[in-house]
Every structure is written in C-alpha cells, then in structure tokens.
Design a protein. Structure first.
Length: 149
C-alpha cells in the first residue's frame, strides 16, 4: 500500500483550509460498550492529479483548490459540500476518514476483529491523531480522533 497522507501534510491542509466536521454522528452498542463514529473526509490517492481533477470535475461537477504543500501535490474539494481532497501518489486508492472517540481503542478493536493496523497512531499537532487500518479483506480506512480543546 502507498504511504497514507502524512501528519505534516494533514496539518498543512487543515491550516490552509479549515475543515467543517460532519454533522452525522452514529453511536452503536457493541460487546465492548458504545462506539461513536462519523464519516468525515474522503481522500483519493492518484498517480495523476490533473486527470483525477478533470474526471471528477466533469462526472460530479466537483471543484478543487490546489494547495501549496512541500513535497506533495494536493487538491482540496471546494464549494461542493464535500470534505476531502486528492493527493498525488504512486498507486490509486480511496481513503475515507472516520472520526472515533479513541483511535487506539478503535485500532485494537479492528485487530481483534481480524483487521490490521497499517499505520499506527500519528499525531497532527493541535488537530488530533489518526490510525490507518485495513479490514479483513484488506480495504484501508483511516480513523481520526479530534484533539481535545
């Protein structure tokens, strides 16, 4: 798997374009207690950023703003009600971010259920932390924990 977005890139993106958080939160009972989560952010990793911007721009009328991030080409969705972006990367894949109360507990639970932790807890100073997991089929998902303020 290609390297997920780095803490430095995420921090830079959020400083340049603060993200509104989802208003849809879910709380479900599990064997280990209640789990709260909400899907927050999408991210397409793609080997050709311009082609992806053109394709999704025409297909869904999505608009993007290019961000100035050292070492990465990143385009943030803009003015279309979406919260996400496109990042140039070797291998194409979608990565969705789900906000949870505690990324470490959620990552441990994912492992107990047959998933894997692909990237351990990564701090984004002043914003929060994320963990990237894979479900038992190998599909990646990022877990996000907002910093307590």
């Amino acid at each position: 798997m290609a390297t997920p977005i780095s803490a430095d890139t995420t921090l830079s993106v959020e400083r340049q374009y603060p993200l509104a958080r989802s208003h849809v939160a879910n709380e479900v009972p599990t064997k280990e207690g209640k789990v709260s989560y909400s899907f927050e952010y999408f991210e397409l990793h793609t080997p050709n950023l311009e082609t992806a911007k053109s394709f999704y721009g025409e297909l869904f009328n999505w608009r993007f703003k290019d961000l100035d991030i050292p070492g990465k080409r990143y385009a943030l969705s803009e003015g279309n009600g979406l919260q996400g972006g496109l990042m140039e990367d070797e291998r194409p894949f979608w990565l969705n971010y789900v906000t949870v109360d505690n990324v470490e507990k959620a990552g441990q639970m994912a492992q107990r259920l047959g998933g894997k932790v692909l990237r351990p807890r990564t701090e984004v100073p002043g914003e929060g932390a994320f963990v990237v997991i894979a479900d038992p089929s190998g599909a990646p998902l990022a877990l996000w924990e907002q910093a307590k303020k």
